[in-house]
Each structure stands twice: as C-alpha cells, then as structure tokens.
Design a protein around this ligand. Structure first.
Ligand SMILES: Nc1ncnc2c1ncn2[C@@H]1O[C@H](COP(=O)(O)OP(=O)(O)OP(=O)(O)O)[C@@H](O)[C@H]1O
Length: 651
C-alpha cells in the first residue's frame, strides 16, 4: 500500500517545527509489518489517525509496532475531544477510555503504556508527540496547555490589587439577603476578582454570574475614576463569549443588570459583547496567526465551558499580562466541541473551595463573609475560583431546578422519582416539567407538543401570511422573539429522534413545507460566514420583506439584518437543534428529545445542558427510559493536564 503524503493541515495540527529546527528527517520506511490487526473498515481509528502513525513511522521508523498504535491512539483521542491519551486510563479501562466496543478492543496490543517509555517521536525539542507523566499529547495540545497554565500562573503571581475602599464598596453593592443560605458567594466572587488578575466564576443558570460581574465592573470603574494614578480614566473593558448568540445574551444581561445599579455607578460599563473569534481575529484557513495584542485592562468572557484548548491559549496570550481575566461559566455543562475541557478542569475542586487560611481571613476582613467551612489545601488557582450555588431562577421547589440538580449529581433514585411524578405532556399545560414516552416518531401526541409550543408564533405567522403587506423590522424582531420562546433540542442528529428527521416531521405537523424557502422558515447558520457577519449557530427567520423573501437575523443591537436566502449556503431548518448547538442559548420552553438507544453522546453533561436551557418549562420526550437512566449514569471524563491533580500543590 502506498504511503500517502501528509496533508499540510496535519503538519500544522502537530505543530511540527520547521525543517531546520530538529524535525526528524524522512528516511525509507522500516521493514516492519504494518501493525493493524483489524480490517480498516471495522476499525474505530480514522484515516487521519492512521495517516499520523504512518507519517511518523515514515519520518523516523520504529521496529516496535505498538509505537504506531500509540501515535494513532493519541490522534484518536484528540478527535474525541481529549487533550491527550491517558496511559493509565488506557491500561485500566481501555473500553471506556477509547469508547470502543469489545470486538475492536481485541485488536489492541497489550502493554501499550510500557511501549510509551521508548517512543521515538517524543522527548526531543520540537518532537511531534510529548509525554508528560502518564499523558501523551500531540505537541500542539501540550503547548496550548502549557501556555494556559503559564499564563494563569503568571497572573496569579503578580502582587494583589488593592482597590481603595473595597470593603465599603462591597457592603454597598451586596446587601445581606436572608433568603440566600450559606456564605454570600456573589460577594466572595466580587472580592476575589477585585484582588487578583485571574478569576474563575462558575455557577448554574441564574446563580448571578452576570449580576456579580456587573457589580464588580461598577466597583472597579468607580475606583478607577477616583484613582489619582489613572487621572479619571476608566478601565478599558471588553466583554466576549464563544458564540454570537452567547455574546448577544451576555450583552443583554449586562445591560439589564446595569439598569439595576445605583445611577452614579452605571457609567463606563460596556454593554456590547463580541465573539472570541472576532476579538482574537481567528480566520478559517488563515493558519496559525499570532494572536492580536488587545489594548485593555480587563476582559470578561462568558460561557467559558465552550472554550477549547486552542482558543483559551490564544485568549490568554492576547490579553496583556497585567490585565485581568474573568471567566464565567457553568463547569458542569458540556465541554467544548473541539479538544479540551478547560473550564471543567480548571474548576475541579470548586465545590469544596479549598481556600487557604489567608484567603479565609482576607475574605472575612474585607467582605465580612465566613468561608471557613470551605478552607482546604487548594493551590493558587483555587484561591481565585468561586462557585455560585444559589439559583434565583431555579430556587426552592422549582422542578426544572430539581431535575438539573439530580441529573448533575447523578442521583438516579431522585431522577426516577421526578420522572414518575411528572405529568403526561399533553395533560397538564401548566406543569413546569412534563413528559412523553412516544411509541414511535409519528405519535400524534408529539404533533400536539410542537403545535402548542409554537402556538403564539404560529398565530403571528398566519396573521402575516394572510396579509399581503411586507414585514418590517419591528415585526421581524417580534417574530424572532415569539419563535425563540420554544425550542426542540435533540441529543443526536441522525435517526427518528435526531435533528434531521424531527425537523421534517415538525414542519409537517405545523402545516409548513419540508423543503425550500418559504415565509416562516426558521433557519440556523451552520458555518461562520465572515462576509455576512453570521456565525455558526445564529438563528434567523425567512419572512416576506419589501424586497421579497429575506431572512431576518437579530443584529444584537436591537435591530434586524435582512439577508437574501440565496446568499446563505450553510443553513438548515431549525425547529429542532442539537443540545450542543443550544449551548449559550435559553428558551422559555424546551422540549428535550432523547433517542431510543443509549448512544455514546448521551451523557449526564448533555442532559444537564439540555435541561438548563429551559427557563420556565421543560418537556421531556423519552421514547425509552433506559436511555435516560444510562445518560444519568454516564459522566464524561476528558483527559487533560489542567485539572487539580496536575496543578502545583497548595502555595
Ligand atoms: N444578589 C442578587 N439580588 C437580587 N437579584 C439577583 C441577585 N443576583 C442575581 N439576581 C437575579 O437573578 C437572575 C439571574 O441572575 P444573573 O442573570 O446574574 O445570573 P446568571 O448566572 O448570569 O444567569 P445565566 O444562567 O442566565 O447566565 C436575574 O434576574 C437577576 O436579577
């Protein structure tokens, strides 16, 4: 079989150094038999995984077949979102680690971990693979982790900031609330973020991440305006999020939280947020351009759980070393689509706190908050990590909150009790969580869920389609708001319970065409389009505009952008979307549809993310309950070196 040349993207992906920087020289292929013992067609290894192994073998032949296996497995794990191949996990739990069926595992050689000891493609300057302890990386992932760790450590090592009058400002902004149990974590988060240049704030929906940050920004700006060193100059602040939708939502929540501040504190808080792609000038196909140098004093990034390794490394490199970085997110949500679980790993241990005696004493003195029950041996990062625990959205006996918490904590008995307690979806329109166990995808009860979910939007649509008048901007915005109140979320794309099939059947149930452009068609952009300024995940509605059929997108500034359907080459109907795509969005009412079988992607994180997209109503569509139980049991573990265990011990 001929050895195919390596595509340029693969070199880029390995982060190989230039030819003269120590890269292994190509030599004739070794005379060892190619090590795959399973037919290519049945192998869970992709062409790319094999190509990488071949490339390395060609460049620097090894007589040990297990070396090629290791290289292919590192690539395989990268493709599954892991930052590295965890050799311990591979040895102890190969099936769970690789996600392979028993038949595929039979082809796997034994003692692969031992073969990693003399792997020829790692260990030298610029080598394509890097081993750190029991973790084997593609060099680029290792570099990204290093950059993230170094940048965070450098920020945490700077002398603490000491905004004047911090204690009184905190007291002014955070009045005691007897309804909130335990320490005032919002006040703690604000205090810690004011003292150091890197802070992680994690919390479930409605726990007050935005409110806290807005109060922090008010406090810091007030301080800056009164600081003689700054001569009245406010801080330069940027707000960002990984997707267009998340950025728009952040801007909206910030604007509304600013309104609730005392008037003198409202000045100089930005109300525009941008995507990380735009801020960091990431262009598809542009290769690895150096990150821009951002001129700012502080950046707040929301939905940080969606940020992958590469993007986080780029972000931290772009922010000046003495500027503050505040990451907001929910550590328990689905990790990024691309490799890494940066937020989840950096926040490991956040539940327990792990605050040092110094931090506990400092918080007591400056914020009058007692976090001594959360004292522990966390490292420097733990001192700057806060978990907000009280949800004002899902407080008390909120059923969605109970579902979210039981699923998140893997409490199977509680999930089963909640399931039994939920009424059938069509019976009680007032229940905040209801459920349906359809026997087949054409179950008429499903059609009634879709019709009821979009009833306001459909009424609006029939009224405008009955009229010959064109739709104006205000009407288009109303239509988008009405449409976005309800959303069907699926765990998978394919099959009867996946996005593709459901989109068609929902359109039929609503009496709409299943193909082509028509007034009322909701679409989602599936690829970033920089010329149209549309981002992957943006949702628009096709409507009858004065110039003909146009797709209306909210522009994020209270206006509408109209785009000709013919210019949109990467869109799909969006009655249903995957839970992955829904990250960063919320809807009044969510119908969460599970597949019949417990497929690999159906995990606790996916369920939790889907459930928490619902603001006031959740309809669970579960054709077979074992899939639900299995998902609750299945927690995703992504291998990587940013977790607490890999970080330096307590400082
Ligand atoms: N300390 C507080 N006092 C009063 N209301 C608060 C407080 N903190 C948050 N809220 C209210 O709770 C709701 C949720 O707060 P916020 O939007 O800040 O949470 P979040 O964690 O950013 O939510 P999301 O999950 O939407 O990102 C808002 O209506 C906000 O006004």
């Amino acid at each position: 079989m001929s050895r195919s040349p390596t595509p340029p993207t693969q070199l880029d992906w390995l982060s190989l150094p230039p030819d003269d920087a120590g890269a292994p020289e190509a030599t004739a292929p070794a005379a060892v038999p190619w090590p795959w013992q399973i037919p290519e067609a049945d192998s869970p290894l992709s062409t790319l995984d094999r190509a990488l192994a071949r490339f390395l073998q060609d460049a620097q032949p090894s007589t040990e077949p297990r070396h090629a296996w290791l290289a292919a497995l590192v690539s395989h794990q990268f493709g599954r979102g892991h930052a590295c191949l965890d050799l311990d996990a591979l040895a102890s739990q190969p099936a769970a680690t690789l996600g392979w069926e028993p038949a595929a595992l039979q082809g796997l050689p034994s003692a692969l971990g031992r073969a990693a000891d003399d792997l020829p493609w790692c260990g030298t300057l610029g080598s394509p693979l890097v081993r750190e302890g029991q973790r084997l990386y593609l060099r680029r992932n290792w570099q990204a982790e290093q950059q993230i760790r170094d940048s965070i450590a450098a920020r945490l090592a700077l002398p603490p900031l000491a905004p004047a009058g911090l204690a009184s400002a905190l007291n002014q902004l955070f009045a005691p609330d007897p309804l909130v149990p335990g320490p005032d974590w919002q006040k703690v988060a604000c205090a810690l973020a004011a003292r150091q240049r890197f802070t992680l704030i994690t919390g479930g929906p409605g726990t007050g991440k935005t409110t806290t940050v807005v109060r922090l920004l008010a406090l810091l700006q007030d301080n800056a305006r009164h600081s003689p060193q700054r001569r009245g100059q406010p801080l330069r602040i940027a707000l960002a999020a990984p997707t267009g939708k998340a950025a728009a939502r952040l801007a909206e929540s910030i604007a509304s939280a600013v309104q609730r501040l005392p008037a003198p504190l409202q000045a100089d808080i930005p109300e525009q947020a941008q995507t990380l792609h735009k801020l960091l000038q990431v262009r598809p196909g542009a290769g690895h351009q150096p990150p821009p140098e951002l001129a700012l004093d502080l950046i707040v990034v929301d939905e940080a759980s969606m940020i992958d390794l590469d993007m986080m490394a780029r972000l931290l490199a772009a922010v000046p070393p003495n500027a503050s970085v505040i990451l907001l997110g929910d550590k328990d949500q689905l990790a990024s689509v691309e490799a890494g679980a940066v937020m989840g790993q950096l926040c490991e241990g956040a539940d327990a706190g792990g605050y040092s005696a110094d931090t506990v004493a400092w918080l007591q003195s400056v914020a009058a908050v007692d976090v001594s029950p959360y004292q522990g041996a966390g490292g420097a990062l733990a001192q700057q990590t806060v978990m907000l625990r009280f949800s004002r959205r899902f407080a008390g006996d909120s059923e969605i909150g109970q579902w979210a918490s039981a699923v998140n904590q893997g409490q199977m008995a509680q999930v089963q009790a909640l399931w039994r307690r939920s009424p059938r979806a069509t019976a009680a329109a007032s229940a905040s969580v209801d459920r349906l166990e359809p026997t087949q995808a054409h179950d008429p009860a499903l059609a009634s869920i879709w019709q009821r979910g979009w009833s306001t939007w459909r009424a609006w649509l029939s009224a405008v389609t009955a009229s010959t008048a064109a739709v104006d901007d205000a009407q288009a915005l109303q239509a988008l708001v009405a449409f976005n109140r309800f959303q069907v979320l699926c765990a998978v794309r394919e099959g009867a319970w996946g996005v593709d099939g459901l989109n068609r059947r929902i359109a039929q149930a609503l009496g709409l065409p299943t193909e082509g452009w028509y007034a009322g068609r909701p679409v989602m952009v599936t690829r970033n389009d920089y010329s149209l300024q549309l981002m992957n995940g943006d949702v628009g509605l096709c409507l009858r505009h004065a110039k003909g059929l146009r797709v209306a997108f909210a522009d994020g500034h209270g206006g509408v952008r109209w785009v000709q359907p013919s210019r949109l080459d990467a869109v799909e109907s969006v009655f249903a979307m995957t839970v992955h795509k829904s990250q960063g969005s919320e809807f009044e009412h969510v119908a969460l549809v599970l597949p019949e079988l417990p497929v690999a992607v159906l995990t606790r994180e996916l369920l939790y993310t889907g459930i928490t997209r619902a603001k006031s109503r959740l309809t669970l569509v579960v054709p077979a309950t074992p899939a639900l139980w299995r998902a609750v049991e299945k927690k995703v573990v992504r291998s990587g070196g940013l977790g607490a265990a890999a970080r330096p011990a307590a400082s």
